[in-house]
Design a protein around this ligand. Structure first.
Ligand SMILES: [Zn+2]
Length: 281
């Protein structure tokens, strides 16, 4: 059964939409990932996880062609970064999602592979829902934020808090599992953010236990010399395979959860028949 949107004949995409399959859209970016990883790290990881997840449940999902470029202006001090204006990026992804919705896909899941894409992609998903006036469900998620990868990630990782940020243990291990020949572990480093707890990040752990969940994204070159924030030295192929399986399974679970979610009808409270008394009951 075909699951890649790009490989379908046009009427097959119609059938996929009629089967209520969830359209899964990988979105990433090209940027520095330290002295040991290629600049396509976010693209390889995000598309690799999405590909595996959708292939596992082809009758329930479709893999939309990925959006490889993202929002990375704070990485431009490093060679290799390609960035898209925030508004162009949001509108571009919204337009891709609206195209899918136009053809009948009622549930769309944007899967993000780059931290700084998260806010713009949240908006792209919301704008799609607004554009379709609540008749579809468009959601977004980071591939390190599903239930299963959070659970397994905490068991598998060896680095302390901050070790699985950008180019660290998680991303390096995943790349090792997917394309080991392109990782130079002899150059892997452990470099940490100088910021206080409330502004530190860790992909798998989320908020620092001694900090608040604040958001601060300074220029990358002001925090790291190598480009890495995390402990890449702890990465191994074996851990990468466990991360990959958990991220894939977590995404499968989420796709199924979204597919099983009814689209709740809107109730326009301006309509005359809704009285002051019944509006809240
Ligand atoms: Zn990354």
């Amino acid at each position: 059964m075909k699951y890649r949107f790009a490989e379908m004949i046009w009427y097959e995409t119609k059938e996929a939409a009629e089967q209520d399959r969830v359209a899964v859209l990988p979105v990433a970016t090209y940027e520095d990932h330290g002295p040991h990883l290629p600049v396509d790290t976010d693209v390889v990881l995000c598309t690799g996880i999405c590909e595996r997840a959708v292939a596992r449940i082809p009758s329930e999902a479709v893999l939309a062609p990925p959006v490889p470029h993202g929002y990375s202006p704070h990485h431009m001090d490093f060679h290799g970064t390609l960035t898209i204006g925030w508004d162009t990026f949001i509108k571009y992804v919204r337009d891709v999602c609206c195209s899918l919705a136009h053809h009948g896909f009622k549930r769309i899941l944007i899967v993000n592979g780059h931290g700084s894409n998260a806010s713009p992609l949240d908006l792209a998903a919301r704008l799609t829902n607004i554009e379709y006036e609540g008749k579809i469900l468009c959601a977004s998620v980071n591939h390190w934020d599903t239930r299963k990868i959070k659970e397994v990630g905490a068991e598998v990782r060896d680095s302390e808090y901050g070790g699985t940020s950008h180019g660290g243990e998680y991303e390096t291990a995943l790349y090792l599992a997917l394309k080991p020949d392109l990782v130079d572990m002899s150059r892997a480093v452990d470099e940490r953010s100088p910021l206080p707890p409330s502004f530190k990040t860790d992909l798998l752990a989320g908020t620092h236990p001694q900090g608040s969940a604040a958001r601060l994204i300074p220029y990358w070159s002001s925090q790291t010399v190598s480009g890495v924030l995390g402990d890449a030295t702890k990465a191994t192929v074996e851990k990468g395979e466990k991360f990959l399986e958990a991220a894939t399974e977590g995404l499968v679970e989420l796709i199924r959860e979204l597919r099983g979610t009814e689209i709740p009808p809107r109730r326009d409270q301006h309509e005359e028949h809704i009285s002051r008394k019944t509006a809240w009951t």
